[in-house]
Ligand binder design. Structure first.
Ligand SMILES: [Ca+2]
Length: 471
């Protein structure tokens, strides 16, 4: 009899403890906007209209100096979703599925899924194809990282009613299109709808969840509903032009080729249209973020949810006559990052250096989960509690140029140093020259600084193009 009583007591205590245990598991909403640079109102851009992302920043911490580990989609996402640097993953192009390089790596969503979360990805979280053209189903990693994962295509109602290719068809991707129909006729609207339905269902069932909302915009082709183009009258946006005395870039610094040829043929008319279409995409994406925020409001789950909003690489808007990513300049490596976490500071800016490999350990920290492998980054939780605290002393980015050629860059509080595999180097003073127009690596006075920056790069070690990740 006594035994039965004790049994019941233990069972009752366990039941009592369960809700508390469950309450400790925070939901995760990861919102990625593809190719987003700092064209966001809260980042100081006065022309862009991003009321929702600006509101999101008021709820949490906006990181002003967050750096991706690779300035292109697939390598960048593979890096921060595995918590490993690209020098470790060996994934440095858009043509390698990360499971080919690392069959058994445990991704961030997979870690949560294995620990009892429901996980789903809608739109582009892992790089699994483009908004037009092929969707590589197996690259979505459904069944491993996610319980469900889908990408979407535009409906027939969402057809392009106005637009053109800005290169006369030379670069297929370089086109803009204003569409008929509503946002939900476009893939990003459909992604938002699926994330909202998923959040509603899992919240009602009381299961912790992680949803990935992977918005394609402002990535090319620059296609958005017409109403977002109408926010920016043609010719109304200011264009950036490099100063005439800009230092020439080393030969590997800008990819060049057909892209550079097409951009060199741009007049201000094409530049203005490009910028307008990119801005329309940012505002369209922002509207989807607003819908997700409204869902968290309505379900009252902000205090149980960590929200991460970020890009995956930066973008040049005519800096060095380049209209793309894939460089090691600040424009390509620095990316918006906003984190809203229960208990974290609100409406605060963190100016400390952080890296995207810090995201995975941050979530592990919040969820009190043990890392499945050694994380390259460190938790940002201390900075969310105290945004004026110290960040990293250096942030690193890699880019490969094919045929074994590559560059590595390191950003400190005040400097950027870049080293290319052909021996070329660059040094920029980030206090005096934020647009990196004057390479001061040739100044003899900077020799000790270059030596110190090389030592920092040694921390990462050289990239091995035919690298096999040790298991
Ligand atoms: Ca991208």
């Amino acid at each position: 009899m006594k035994g039965v009583f004790l049994y019941s007591l233990i069972a009752a205590l366990l039941l009592l403890a369960l809700p508390f245990y469950a309450a400790e598991k925070l939901n995760v909403l990861l919102i990625i906007s593809d190719d987003l640079r700092d064209t966001v109102g809260c980042y100081g851009n006065k022309e862009i209209k991003t009321p929702n992302v600006d509101r999101l920043a008021e709820r949490g911490v906006r990181f002003d100096r967050a750096y991706v580990q690779y300035p292109v989609c697939n390598p960048s996402r593979t890096s921060f979703l595995t918590g490993l640097r690209c020098e470790q993953t060996g994934v440095v192009g858009n043509n390698v599925f990360f499971r080919t390089a690392m069959p058994d790596v445990v991704t961030l969503p997979q870690m949560l899924r294995q620990s009892g979360w429901y996980t789903a990805s809608y739109g582009k979280i892992f790089h699994a194809g483009e908004v037009v053209g092929q969707i590589r189903e197996e690259w979505l990693d459904r069944g491993k990282s996610w319980d469900d994962a889908q990408m979407f295509r535009a409906t027939p109602e969402g057809r392009i009613v106005e637009g053109r290719n800005l290169t006369g068809g030379k670069l297929k991707w370089c086109e803009w299109g204003a569409t008929a129909g509503l946002g939900d006729d476009q893939p990003d609207g459909q992604s938002a709808v699926h994330v909202i339905k998923g959040i509603e269902k899992e919240t009602a069932e009381g299961k912790p969840w992680m949803f990935g909302a992977g918005f394609h915009r402002p990535h090319d082709p620059f296609i958005s509903p017409k109403k977002y183009f109408e926010l920016y009258p043609p010719g109304s946006l200011k264009l950036y032009h490099d100063p005439t005395n800009i230092s020439p870039a080393p030969s590997l610094a800008i990819p060049g080729g057909a892209f550079a040829e097409a951009f060199n043929a741009f007049t201000d008319k094409e530049r203005g249209e490009f910028l307008r279409a990119y801005y329309a995409g940012v505002s369209f994406m922002d509207a989807q973020v607003g819908r997700l925020m409204e869902t968290l409001d309505r379900l009252k789950v902000w205090d149980k949810t960590v929200v991460i909003f970020c890009g995956d690489n930066g973008y040049h808007h005519n800096e060095r006559n380049w209209w793309n990513k894939s460089t090691l300049f600040e424009r390509s490596c620095r990316v918006p990052l906003i984190i809203v976490a229960p208990g974290g500071k609100k409406g605060v800016v963190c100016k400390s250096l952080v890296e995207f490999v810090d995201l995975y350990p941050t979530i592990l920290d919040f969820e009190e989960l043990k890392a499945p492998h050694k994380m390259a980054g460190q938790s940002l939780r201390p900075l969310l509690n105290e945004p004026s605290g110290p960040g990293r002393d250096a942030a690193f980015t890699l880019v490969a140029r094919g045929n074994g050629r590559y560059g590595q860059t390191v950003r400190t509080e005040s400097w950027r140093f870049t080293q290319w595999s052909d021996g070329a180097i660059e040094l920029y003073d980030e206090i005096m020259d934020q647009e990196e127009t004057h390479d001061v690596s040739g100044d003899p006075a900077n020799a000790p600084r270059i030596k110190a920056m090389k030592l920092l790069l040694n921390r990462i070690g050289p990239f091995q193009p035919n690298h096999q990740r040790p298991q």
